[in-house]
Design a protein around this ligand. Structure first.
Ligand SMILES: [Zn+2]
Length: 125
C-alpha cells in the first residue's frame, strides 16, 4: 500500500472558512501573516473568520503551468481579489470572472490541499 502523505489544511481554511489575520488592538485586517500589526504595531494578532467577499483586482489565465500536475489543468484562471476586509487574496477563479467583478471565495480540495476558488456573485451582495 502506498504511503500517502496527507497535507493538513492551512489554519486560514480551518473548518471550511476563509480566515484572515486581524489585530485585536485596533481591528485592522492584515495582509499575509505578519508578526506585528502593520497599522499599530501590536503583536495581538488572531485568525478571524472573513466574509470571503471581494472585488477582482486582476485575472490571469495560465497556459503554461509550473509543474506537471498543473499542466494537466491548463488553461486555468488565477485572480487577485481585494477582500471587503482589506487584504488581497490570490486564488483560482471560475471561467468568465473579470476585473471588477464581485466574487465570493469558496474552498475546494485539489491533490489533498485546500485551495481558494473565486466565484462570481449572482447579485450585488
Ligand atoms: Zn493594530
Amino acid at each position: 500500500m502506498p504511503n500517502k502523505e496527507v497535507v493538513e489544511p492551512s489554519p486560514e481554511f480551518a473548518h471550511g472558512a476563509i480566515k484572515l489575520v486581524r489585530c485585536q488592538s485596533c481591528g485592522h485586517w492584515c495582509n499575509l501573516r505578519p508578526l506585528v500589526c502593520e497599522q499599530c504595531g501590536s503583536s495581538l494578532l488572531e485568525l478571524c473568520s472573513a466574509s470571503g467577499l471581494g472585488k477582482v483586482k486582476s485575472v490571469t489565465v495560465v497556459h503554461r503551468a509550473p509543474d506537471p500536475f498543473w499542466r494537466t489543468k491548463v488553461p486555468y484562471a488565477v485572480a487577485l481579489v481585494n477582500t471587503d476586509e482589506g487584504p488581497v487574496l490570490m486564488g483560482h477563479a471560475d471561467e468568465g470572472v473579470r476585473i471588477g467583478d464581485r466574487v465570493k471565495a469558496h474552498l475546494f480540495v485539489h491533490a489533498d490541499q485546500q485551495l481558494v476558488r473565486f466565484v462570481k456573485c449572482d447579485s450585488n451582495i
